[in-house]
Design a protein around this ligand. Structure first.
Ligand code: IPD
Ligand code: CA
Ligand code: CA
Length: 262
């Protein structure tokens, strides 16, 4: 399988579907409420349909794990993990960032990831052993070595509020002991920004596979490290993720692990 070639086709696809999403931007969107903070519009659904239609042609044997459930076909070996619009709440409110996120899994391993942040037209991507790229240029995680010198990203949970107290304790700790904490509203973009060194660390819980699969892979290909809150590998389906540059990872994980697992 020529992953570089598949990646190029996926990038072209995110450009055309991204154009569709941008064209719908300032229109009066009908919003469906999935949960108190969880929205979906016809833009999310139509974008996902367009992505699925083309991805079926790119790799007919692959199945899908797609947020809006456009296709539930499972592949024997290959599966696409798709978020057609990560950052829907931003999109609805006319804010940035928002992104298309697409990963390809071979069995239980991600082998390709594309996160296309549409408001700045920044396309982050990688395939197995490729290194990571932003709009054609190689990117790396940052070289910062201490959490006190780091800019940290997170997201606020939509559910699982029983973990909110320890989470607030981690926030308090990082507010007082880093350059600051940001909440952008698109987990895929947060991960892409770790990959290119804008953030040193990102952590969040209550996430879904389509929020993280592509971005986490791009961070790894950019030299960063990923785990769940215990330092283990269950971060795609395990609903919690830490992504850091390789230098602050241990210090950052120690804090999150100690506070969140107590
Ligand atoms: C959301 C974004 C957000 C994160 C939420 C996700 P959506 O995805 O990634 O940053 O905090 O947990 O659900 O709903 O905009 O695709
Ligand atoms: Ca999402
Ligand atoms: Ca989404």
């Amino acid at each position: 399988m020529n992953l570089e070639n598949i990646c190029k086709q996926v990038i072209e696809l995110t450009k055309s579907v991204g154009q569709f999403i941008l064209n719908e931007k300032d229109k009066n969107l009908t919003i469906e409420v999935k949960g108190i903070h969880d929205f979906v519009t016809y833009v999310d659904k139509t974008a996902e349909q367009k992505l699925v239609d083309k991805l079926v042609q790119i790799l007919p044997e692959a199945g899908f794990i797609a947020e809006e459930g456009t296709s539930v076909k499972k592949g024997d070996m290959y599966n696409w993990i798709i978020d057609p619009l990560d950052g829907t709440t931003n999109f609805i409110h006319g804010l940035s960032p928002y992104a298309i996120s697409i990963a390809l899994m071979e069995n239980d391993k991600v082998i390709l990831g594309v996160v296309h942040e549409l408001s700045l037209n920044e396309c982050f991507y990688a395939w197995e052993n490729s290194g990571a790229y932003l709009n054609g240029k190689k990117i790396k995680v940052s070289e910062i070595g201490k959490v006190k010198d780091s800019l940290i990203a997170t997201g606020f949970p939509y559910y699982d509020y029983d973990r909110i107290k320890p989470f607030m304790t981690t926030l308090e700790h990082f507010m007082a002991n880093s350059h600051g904490v940001r909440r952008l509203g698109s987990a895929a973009t947060d991960l892409a920004y770790v990959a290119c060194g804008r953030f040193e660390a990102f952590y969040e819980y209550s996430l879904s596979p389509w929020d993280v699969a592509a971005g986490a892979f791009i961070v790894q290909q950019a030299g960063g490290l990923i785990s769940d809150f215990r330092g283990e590998n269950n971060y795609i389906f395990g609903k919690e993720i830490i992504a850091c540059n390789n230098k602050v990872f241990n210090e950052f994980l120690d804090t999150v692990k100690t506070i969140m697992n107590n």
